[in-house]
Write a protein that binds this ligand. Structure first.
Ligand code: TIU
Length: 235
């Protein structure tokens, strides 16, 4: 058992039954030209979450622990895209239209895929989800149950949308979730702050909040490995 210094109180976890859940680190959200920008957002704040998320991912992999990734997107024929979601935002281009990184939020397109920094490797399942929540209309719950997973450490974008929805879904299904504040990102600084407050309010109403440094320290203690320094070259 390991304990992460967290709010509203320490997050105790058993590494072997904990998964690192990497939510929607897709070009369509993180880079200009995708869905995030089509909705009128400046995507640059999301880039800040990538280095901490990458450090956590590498340490978790080095410890031989279970990683699972998600991507939000739709079938090429858009048969799983609700009309309400298609028209939302009233942008010049919407989901399914051709943008600079291919068809927006369509599976198989460049923009839909995960950015290089945190790209999945062999053995790490990728769950394609049509909604905001990682559990809605996916096999995520089945995969976690087969693996005996009971707790989640969460990185991803965006904090108040897909991260929040997924953590709330996880909470309702009996998983404990720890959200790493610097490894999740929002287009809106105010939403980032308040979304994290919401998770840990009321005694941790649907989760815990810590940050990558505190988490990596706890993982190092649990595994006996020293965490790589922030910004250290990765070889
Ligand atoms: N728009 C926004 O903040 N987020 C999404 O549409 N999806 C996710 O958060 N992944």
């Amino acid at each position: 058992m390991a304990t992460v210094d967290a709010e509203p109180y320490g997050f105790e976890f058993e590494p072997a039954t904990t998964a690192l859940l990497m939510i929607d680190f897709q070009r369509d959200f993180v880079y200009p030209g995708g869905f995030g920008e089509a909705l009128g957002n400046d995507t640059s704040p999301l880039l800040k979450a990538l280095p901490p998320a990458e450090r956590v991912l590498r340490a978790w992999r080095d410890a031989g622990l279970f990683v699972i990734h998600t991507r939000e997107g739709h079938r090429p024929d858009l048969s799983d895209l609700p009309p309400s979601k298609k028209v939302r935002g009233r942008g010049k281009i919407t989901i399914g239209d051709v943008g600079p990184m291919g068809r927006i939020l369509v599976r198989g397109e460049l923009g839909h895929d995960i950015v290089e920094e945190v790209y999945p490797i062999d053995g790490e399942p990728v769950v394609d989800k049509p909604g905001k929540g990682a559990f809605y209309a996916t096999d995520l719950d089945a995969i976690l149950k087969m693996k005996g997973i009971r707790q989640l450490v969460v990185c991803g974008v965006t904090t108040e949308v897909c991260v929040h929805t997924s953590v709330r879904e996880a909470n309702d299904r009996g998983y404990d979730a720890l959200v790493l504040s610097d490894a999740v990102g929002s287009y809106f600084p105010e939403f980032q702050r308040v979304a994290l407050e919401m998770i840990k309010a009321q005694g941790g109403i649907f989760g815990w909040v810590s940050d990558s440094e505190r988490f990596l320290r706890a993982l190092a203690t649990a595994t006996g490995k020293q965490p790589a320094a922030a910004g250290a070259a990765v070889v």
